[in-house]
Write a protein that binds this ligand. Structure first.
Ligand code: MG
Length: 386
């Protein structure tokens, strides 16, 4: 069989990949289940995520724009699907476990509250007043462990240890001293390469997509991005030389596609080089490293960081989006206060959680699950009462 085809069918995993077979410790579930006749444990996790209610709600959650100027703007669901596509392709090229990478990508933003990062900050501010914190990774873990109820025998989705570890280690490192409840997730060890890959697939997806949506919204201007971002400038110039008669919109589309490709190529090549230089042959080698191995070359890393700074300054923190951030703060702070003062407005289905976790955490969990539209409707109904 052709080597490329072998990789794409997942039949050729490198020694440092997660094997993911039924006997792999990372395939372990809290509630033991018999092996499936024709699906791997990570394929089952992917299916469980796609069929979950929290996953469907991502369609109604902000990626960058809460009030999307048209249906072509990304939601957190379409962002998630873009991450999954990139993660699976890069995992295949690195001979990693593609099913695990895809399952991790699909679940990576499942804990995001309404209103994107503004919503996360606002909920965290509310909880700080009660000596608690809100963190979307830990909320994602609670969703897959408790809040999804699809099985008669247990709460949660009963995902594999490998996917739960990936959720915990997405985009940050927790310490056991700070979070003793996460002990099971090998906090003193690096995550598998499949999990390391997700952070970068996420970043590649949103850097390119947010430029696209930024242009589409009229907040970003092509000439300004060309002037400030060499990564985009190079792609745009190459495309312009190849298609001198193409309309600007088409040049932008092609340039973003090239930019995405350049980031993914660099990530794959740099990671391969690091694995080879480090003599990494097994998952155990990956785990004991002092730092994560998946990453960009120093030159691309500088350009990535520059693109991110640019988006913060000219898109996420732009005057045009400021009103949406203020709306997020106002809606979340008001509704949180209202539900704390009037706990009878919290759905009866949360009663058990209030008893176990206390009212502030339960209110935050309830609100974090809401879509943008649902929380705005609740705010509209209750703002006069609170
Ligand atoms: Mg994301």
């Amino acid at each position: 069989m052709d080597a490329t085809i072998a990789r794409n069918t997942g039949s050729s995993l490198a020694g440092y990949a997660v094997c993911g077979g039924p006997d792999d410790p990372l395939s372990r579930r809290e509630h033991p289940e018999a092996a499936h006749a024709y699906r791997t444990p990570f394929q089952r996790d992917r299916a469980r995520t796609i069929h979950s209610r929290a996953f469907r709600r991502l369609a109604g959650k902000t990626q960058v724009f809460t009030h999307r100027p048209s249906d072509h703007f990304r939601s957190r669901l379409t962002h998630t699907m873009e991450v999954a596509q990139i993660a699976r392709a890069a995992a295949g090229a690195l001979q990693l476990n593609e099913d695990m990478a895809e399952a991790l990508a699909l679940v990576h933003d499942i804990g995001h509250p309404p209103f994107g990062h503004s919503g996360e900050r606002a909920l965290d501010d509310c909880l700080r007043g009660h000596g608690l914190r809100f963190d979307h990774n830990l909320h994602a873990l609670r969703i897959v462990e408790f809040f999804e109820q699809r099985y008669a025998a247990f709460r949660g989705l009963n995902l594999t240890l490998g996917v739960r570890e990936g959720i915990v280690k997405h985009s940050r490192d927790y310490t056991e001293a700070e979070h003793p409840e996460l002990k099971e997730y090998l906090l003193d060890q690096q995550p598998p390469l499949e999990a390391q890959l997700i952070d970068w697939a996420d970043e590649i997806a949103y850097l390119t997509a947010d430029l696209d949506d930024g242009f589409e919204s009229g907040i970003l201007r092509v000439e300004h991005v060309i002037e400030h971002l060499p990564l985009f400038r190079r792609s745009f110039a190459a495309v312009q030389a190849q298609f001198p008669a193409a309309a600007e919109k088409m040049l932008v589309n092609e340039a973003l596609k090239q930019m995405l490709g350049a980031l993914v190529d660099d990530l794959i090549h740099t990671t391969k080089r690091r694995l080879s230089v480090g003599g990494i042959e097994t998952l155990a080698d990956v785990r004991k490293m002092g730092e994560r191995l998946v990453g960009f070359s120093p030159e691309m890393e500088a350009e990535r960081a520059e693109a991110k700074r640019y988006l913060y300054r000219y898109l996420y923190q732009s005057e045009e989006l400021e009103a949406a951030h203020q709306e997020a703060d106002r809606v979340i702070a008001t509704l949180f206060r209202c539900l704390i003062v009037h706990p009878e407005l919290v759905p009866n289905s949360c009663a058990e959680d209030v008893a176990a976790e206390g009212l502030p955490r339960t209110v935050a969990d309830y609100m974090a699950g809401m879509t943008d539209q649902f929380i705005l409707a609740q705010y509209g109904l209750l703002k006069e009462r609170c």
